[in-house]
Design a protein around this ligand. Structure first.
Ligand code: MN
Length: 439
C-alpha cells in the first residue's frame, strides 16, 4: 500500500514579505498529480496546514480548492492540526468532509478513531494526532504536563484500538518535536515553557509515523527498538527562511508491504524560486553580478554586507541586479562583537558626545578617531549653547539607517534603543552633517 506524507504547508505565509500563496497553490496541484500518478491510498498531512489560527480568506480558498480536488479524484486525506492551526477552525465540518474522504483529525476525542484503508494486501489503520498542547489536553488524556506524557497517552489509546481491531499495520500522523530532530529558523518552538520534546520511543510498535513540525525532511533514528525509517518528518514543501536555503524540499512516498515493513522515497517538490545567500562588500558583490553570481537574478536573495562603512542605498543598488533580494543584513568586517551591549550602554548614557561616538562605531564598525572625536565635542558644545544651524523638518538619518536593516528589527523592538537616539535626533543630525563636511 502506498501513502503520500507531507506537512507544514503554512498556507498564507509570506517569505520576508513575498506572497507565497500562488506557489503554495501550485504545490497542491502538483501534489494531487503525484497522488494520482503513484496511486496512493491516502495523502497524510501532519499539521500546520495554515500559517495562522485565523488564516487569510484567500488561503482558505486555496485549501478548499485543493480538498475538493482530492475528493473528486477519490484520494483519501488524513489531516491533523499543527501548532499554527486553530484545531476548531480547521476541524469545522469534519464529519461532513469525512463523507467525501477528507478526514480531519483535530480533537482528542478522535485520536483513537482510525481511517481504515483497505488494499489488495489487507488493511492499514491510519490515526491522526492533532498538535497536543499539554495544558489543554492533559486532563482529558490523564497525562502529565509534558509533550512526552500527552503523546504517550495518545499512542497508548491508538495501540489499544488497533489491537482491538486486530489490525497489525498502523500509521500515525502527528505534529510534534521528537528528540533528535534538527530544527530550522522558520518553526515556532513548541518546547517553550519547559514542556519538552518527545522521545521516539512513544511511537514504538507503529508501522510508520508521519510527522510534521520540523521544516527540513529527516528520518528519526534514535528510537530504541524501532526499525530505522519508520519515524519521519516530510518537511515543508517550500522554504520559509534562509536557514533552509540548502534544503531540497520534498514530500515522502511511503510504501508499506504486507508485513508492515516500510520503504520511503522522496519526491522533490516544485521550486518556485531558489533561495541564495551571499556575503561580501557591496561593490565586490555587484561586480560579480555579471559573472559567477549571475544566477541570483532569478533567486530570492539574502545579502550580508561586510562593508566597514554603510554604503548608500544598498538595497536599491542590489535590486537593480537582483530584483528578488529580500533580506539585507550588515556584518561589518572586523566589527566588535559587543554591538548589543553598546546599545544597552547607550540607553543609560546621557553624554551626547558618547552617544554620537557609539553611533559612529555602530555604523562604521569602529569608534571615532581623535579628529572625529574633537569634531563631535565641538559640535555638541555648539549645540548645547544654542549655536546650531536649524534642523531640517524631516530628519533623515535615523529612518533609512534603521529601516533598511532587517537585522536591526529585534533591536528596534526594545524601546531602550530608539529613545535616546530619537530624542537627540536634531542634535545628532547636525553633528553628522558637520562630520561629513569635515571628512
Ligand atoms: Mn510548521
Amino acid at each position: 500500500m502506498r501513502l503520500l506524507h507531507t506537512s507544514d504547508w503554512h498556507l498564507g505565509r509570506t517569505l520576508y514579505g513575498e506572497d507565497l500563496l500562488a506557489h503554495q497553490a501550485a504545490f497542491l496541484d502538483w501534489l494531487l498529480e503525484q497522488a494520482v500518478r503513484h496511486e496512493v491510498a491516502a495523502v497524510l498531512v501532519a499539521g500546520d496546514i495554515y500559517d495562522r489560527a485565523v488564516p487569510p480568506p484567500d488561503a482558505v480558498a486555496v485549501l478548499d480548492h485543493a480538498l475538493r480536488g482530492f475528493a473528486d479524484a477519490g484520494i483519501a486525506m488524513v489531516i491533523t492540526s499543527g501548532n499554527h492551526d486553530s484545531a476548531v477552525r480547521l476541524g469545522f465540518g469534519g464529519r461532513l468532509s469525512e463523507l467525501a474522504g477528507i478526514h480531519l483529525r483535530t480533537s482528542v476525542a478522535d485520536i483513537a478513531r482510525p481511517v481504515v484503508l483497505g488494499g489488495a494486501d489487507g488493511e492499514v489503520a491510519v490515526y491522526g494526532i492533532p498538535y497536543l498542547l499539554p495544558d489543554a489536553v492533559m486532563a482529558e488524556l490523564g497525562a502529565e504536563r509534558s509533550h512526552a506524557s500527552v503523546l504517550a497517552a495518545a499512542t497508548s489509546l491508538i495501540r489499544a484500538d488497533a489491537c482491538e481491531r486486530g489490525i497489525a499495520r498502523t500509521v500515525v500522523v502527528a505534529h510534534a518535536f521528537v528528540t533528535g530532530g534538527l530544527s530550522s529558523a522558520s518553526e515556532r518552538d513548541i518546547r517553550v515553557g519547559g514542556i519538552g520534546d518527545v522521545p521516539a520511543s512513544v511511537f514504538a510498535g507503529l508501522s510508520y509515523v508521519a510527522l510534521g513540525h520540523l521544516h527540513g525532511q529527516q528520518t528519526i533514528t534514535t528510537g530504541v527498538g524501532l526499525r530505522a525509517g519508520t519515524i519521519r518528518y516530510s518537511g515543508s514543501p517550500l522554504a520559509f527562511s534562509f536557514s533552509e536555503w540548502r534544503q531540497a524540499k520534498s514530500v515522502t512516498l511511503v510504501e508499506i508491504d504486507e508485513a508492515g515493513l516500510v520503504t520511503t522515497t522522496k519526491l522533490p517538490t516544485p521550486v518556485p524560486r531558489r533561495l541564495r545567500e551571499v556575503r561580501g562588500r557591496l561593490d565586490d558583490l555587484l561586480a560579480r553580478a555579471g559573472t559567477d553570481l549571475a544566477g541570483l537574478a532569478d533567486a530570492w536573495v539574502r545579502v550580508v554586507l561586510t562593508d566597514t562603512a554603510r554604503p548608500v542605498a544598498p538595497m536599491e543598488r542590489l535590486r537593480e541586479k537582483w530584483p528578488h533580494t529580500l533580506v539585507l543584513d550588515f556584518a561589518p568586517q572586523d566589527a566588535p562583537a559587543e554591538g548589543t551591549a553598546d546599545l544597552r550602554r547607550m540607553a543609560q548614557t546621557t553624554d551626547p558626545v558618547e552617544i554620537c561616538g557609539m553611533f559612529v562605531k555602530f555604523t562604521s564598525g569602529g569608534p571615532p578617531d581623535n579628529e572625529q572625536q574633537a569634531v563631535l565635542a565641538d559640535v555638541v558644545g555648539a549645540a548645547l549653547h544654542g549655536d546650531l544651524p536649524a534642523a531640517p523638518a524631516e530628519p533623515s538619518f535615523a529612518e533609512p539607517v534603521l529601516a533598511d536593516s532587517v537585522s536591526a528589527e529585534p533591536v528596534l523592538a526594545e524601546p531602550v534603543l530608539a529613545e535616546p537616539v530619537l530624542a537627540d535626533r536634531a542634535l545628532a543630525e547636525s553633528v553628522f552633517a558637520m562630520i561629513d563636511a569635515a571628512a
